[in-house]
Ligand binder design. Structure first.
Ligand code: NAD
Length: 496
């Protein structure tokens, strides 16, 4: 059985832990590997090694650090399909979806290669007579990242390339559910020329995260995962005087105006709601039909009926299994609660299976109408292929509904009206808005800007905000006294 190594001080080492967890293929329950819950000493060794490496890494010219990112982006492109295949096995994504997971990470690495421009400070000459003020952007020290299961390539790549190119060193604690993908990312990072100690990887769960949250050497924590864990990490990290950015759960609404293109809207909605088995923090889980657009729910049902999950290399499969048997059980109990609480289930994927893979964690596309904000299927993040429909009379009502949601990760409006779009984008209290775009994830020259209960912190992930999160600004005010050698004997300027 493959035992996933730790990565400490540039060495892939076997953990001495006596606690190991199975890494399971969710399509057939095959145990692919075992991942350790690293010991206290191992986590400390990773942190200490990162602290030691920082002393020299911070002095490596930013251009050299950026060149490592250029080589890394090239290597990731070369190995994109191979990494995607690992994702397919340990998470069950379809091959196309898995390639996208890798690609969205590569784009962040490309952005990290722009570090020299992103790390420019500011300067004002003569803030007082012969006095200048200028600022430098400097790294923090040891930063850490704790990542979720659903994007095992993209989300680690949101974090460590940006932190490291800014001159920090980094300790990554990837999801224990799919650690094989991040380990491959790390091997390629080493191949790209990253020096020893700049990146460390420890495995585990709460205990290992707690040690990172309280370690005095760690200056900043990036987290992506569920709301409950994220609020805990934000509170505990800040209590220990660390910077924390925590991207957490979501409940994203798509608002559909009757003037929108019917076919385009329904096609987009089908993909955005059940794609990736609904395991996307920017996926759509509520469709809000305004006025007569509710007549399209029949088309939506017909569209979803054509979609079926399957194994990663089945070209007909629209999405894969849920990540674990527990995740599937949770989704089925929420579907049951929807029926009990009075929603109308137009399509029920609870009892779905894939021939030859009967013990996979399958859930078929599920569609509810007559959903109200009091129901659990409306309130809770389902993180499965379940779409809830709500009907309202006006755009105003739709905006109020979305704004009353405690979450604020993503939303979209489908319409042909510029006036409706402008009103929506101005009034909506959500951090990432799509106009006729169902899943508006910003490219990495912007930042990933979730709001409200979808994000705890102030500086967001990647883009300019990512650079600010991983750096300090140092502001220098300077004066130089000139003597005759500088001014010349005949100069009349009084430099004092
Ligand atoms: P999770 O919160 O269960 O786990 C995330 C990480 O936290 C893992 O590394 C895990 O080991 C660790 N962890 C788990 N329990 C912990 C505890 N009690 N104390 C400390 N650490 C703990 O999340 P998940 O199930 O892996 O991922 C799905 C969630 O992530 C969804 O809620 C989804 O919305 C969210 N997510 C958000 C974004 C975003 O950008 N907002 C992106 C992707 C996923």
């Amino acid at each position: 059985m493959h035992q996933v190594p730790l990565y400490i001080n540039g060495e892939f080492t076997q953990s001495q832990s006596d606690k190991w967890l199975d890494v399971v293929n969710p399509a057939n329950q095959e145990v692919l590997a075992q991942v350790p819950c690293a010991t206290h000493d191992e986590v400390q060794a990773a942190i200490t090694s990162a602290q030691e490496a920082f002393k020299t890494w911070r002095n490596v010219p930013v251009t050299e650090r950026a060149r490592i990112m250029m080589r890394y982006a090239a290597l990731l492109k070369e190995h994109q399909e191979e990494i995607a295949t690992i994702i397919c096995h340990e998470l069950g994504k379809t091959f196309e979806d898995a390639k996208g997971d890798v690609w969205r990470g590569i784009e962040v690495v490309e952005q990290a290669a722009n570090a020299p421009a992103l790390m420019m400070g500011e300067t004002v000459e003569n803030v007082a007579r012969n006095i200048d003020t200028y600022s430098y952007i400097q790294p923090l020290g040891v930063c850490a990242g704790i990542t979720p299961f659903n994007f095992p390539a993209m989300i680690p790549l949101w974090m460590f390339p940006m932190a490291i190119v800014c001159g920090n060193t980094f300790v990554l604690k990837p999801s224990e559910q799919d650690p094989l993908t991040p380990m491959r990312l790390v091997e390629l990072f080493e191949e790209a020329g990253a020096p020893k100690g700049v990146l460390q990887v420890v495995h585990g769960a709460k205990e290992q995260v707690d040690q990172i949250l309280t370690a005095p050497e760690v200056r900043a924590i990036s987290f992506v995962g569920s709301c409950g864990v994220g609020s805990y990490i934000y509170s505990k990290g800040t209590e220990n005087l660390k910077r924390v950015q925590a991207c957490v759960g979501a409940k994203n609404h798509m608002v559909i105006m009757p003037d929108a293109s019917r076919e385009q809207t329904i096609n987009n909605l089908v993909g955005a709601s059940v794609g990736a088995a609904g395991q996307r923090c920017m996926g759509i889980s509520v469709a809000v039909f305004v006025g007569k657009s509710k007549e399209w729910i029949d088309d939506l049902k017909a569209g979803l009926e054509k979609v079926r999950p399957g194994v990663w290399n089945d070209p007909e499969a629209a999405y894969g299994p849920q990540t674990s048997a527990q995740a599937k059980a949770r989704i089925l109990s929420l579907i049951e609660s929807g029926k009990q609480q009075g929603a109308t289930c137009l399509l029920d994927g609870s009892d779905f299976t894939v021939e030859g893979y009967e013990n996979g964690n399958w859930v078929g596309p599920t569609l509810f109408t007559d959903v109200t904000p009091e129901m659990d299927i409306y309130k809770q993040e389902i993180f499965g292929p379940v779409l809830n429909c709500v009907c309202v009379d006006t755009l105003e009502e739709a905006i109020t509904l979305v704004n009353n949601s405690p979450y604020g990760n993503g939303t979209s409006l489908f319409t042909a009206s510029g006036a409706a779009a402008r009103k929506f984008q101005h009034e909506i209290e959500v951090g990432q808005v799509g106009i006729n775009i169902p899943i508006p994830v910003p490219l990495p020259f912007f930042s990933f800007t979730g709001w409200k209960n979808s994000f705890y912190g102030d500086q967001h992930t990647y883009g300019k905000q990512g650079v600010r999160f991983y750096t300090e600004t140092k502001t220098i005010t300077s004066r130089w006294f000139a003597d005759e050698a500088v001014t010349g004997p005949n100069m009349s300027i009084n430099l004092r």
